[in-house]
Design a protein around this ligand. Structure first.
Ligand SMILES: [Zn+2]
Length: 296
């Protein structure tokens, strides 16, 4: 996506300076380290980088290169923060005040489609050994989120109360959610980029299925009069920001994030005609091409 070429975008997200993997009940979680400091940034300023990085994580996972994949995921969260699954997933937006969380069918937590919000929030706090965030239901049945120290990032951003959890050091996400998300995104990317080039009818049908299955919801935006009229996105999560960046990239004539025609890696280039991620890939592709010619 070419930033500022046609639109001015802006959005906010919180990232910590460092993250770690934590094992709990044979599951791996990602969370900020105890000494990490938070920082607020605009994902749109690094839109192409985020997209390239998440797509290539997906590609590594598809190729079963899990060791490299995991270290790339740590690098990813250090650069851009966690995905914000807590606020991405619910179908209702005011989960704390409504006290109930509506979840899509086939979600990763439960086979129920409605859960008490108090219960839902706890899925994201399992790795918090210090128990710094308390969730209680007061006698008048309001949900009380007590956050001992780090609500500061959210006070600056002034988002809903559930972000006090998303932006805290106690918040964690499962590694497998990350891997599955990146994998699916790469599959859809590959399907769009190589659409029409499939070897047979079955593969073409599969590409159509993948592309159709990519549905993202809750996109909210408004115009903000900064220096110039700017499209200000109120994303509920980094995940929704990435999905939007992805869709904008895939549907523009001036695509800056592409799939390498030789190795399949995602790469970004301001040169609209670029087809390969590197000189090596271009050279190798040329060697194959001339070999094919010589055969004929
Ligand atoms: Zn390549």
């Amino acid at each position: 996506m070419k930033k500022n070429a046609e639109n001015n975008f802006s959005s906010d997200w919180v990232k910590y300076s460092n993250y770690e993997f934590v094992q709990i009940n044979e599951e791996t979680y990602i969370k900020p380290t105890e000494d990490a400091e938070y920082e607020i940034y605009d994902p749109f300023l690094v839109a192409d980088n985020i997209l390239v990085d998440i797509l290539n994580i997906g590609r590594l996972a598809i190729n079963n290169e899990f060791e490299v994949c995991n270290s790339k995921i740590l690098e990813f969260v250090r650069n851009y923060g966690l995905l914000g699954e807590l606020t991405f997933l619910p179908l209702n937006s005011n989960i704390v005040y409504q006290k109930k969380t509506y979840l899509p069918k086939g979600n990763q937590f439960t086979n129920k489609e409605v859960v008490p919000t108090e219960e839902y929030l706890k899925y994201f706090l399992v790795a918090d050994k210090k128990k710094r965030i308390g969730i209680e239901v007061a006698p008048n049945k309001t949900i009380v989120i007590s956050n001992s120290n780090e609500a500061t990032a959210n006070i600056i951003l002034d988002k809903g109360i559930e972000y006090n959890i998303v932006f805290s050091k106690g918040y964690s996400e499962k590694l497998t959610w990350f891997v599955e998300y990146a994998q699916n995104l790469y599959i859809v990317f590959d399907a769009i980029e190589n659409f029409g080039k499939e070897d047979n009818e079955y593969e073409r049908k599969m590409s159509e299925v993948y592309i159709k299955s990519f549905v993202t919801s809750n996109i909210a935006c408004r115009v903000e009069m900064l220096k110039e009229p700017t499209l200000k996105w109120d994303f509920n999560s980094l995940k929704l920001a990435i999905n939007t960046i992805f869709l904008l990239n895939e549907t523009t004539q001036k695509k800056t994030v592409k799939i390498c025609k030789f190795c399949g890696k995602a790469f970004s280039s301001q040169n609209l005609k670029a087809e390969y991620c590197s000189l090596q890939c271009r050279n190798k592709a040329n060697v194959y091409k001339s070999r094919e010619k010589n055969k004929k």
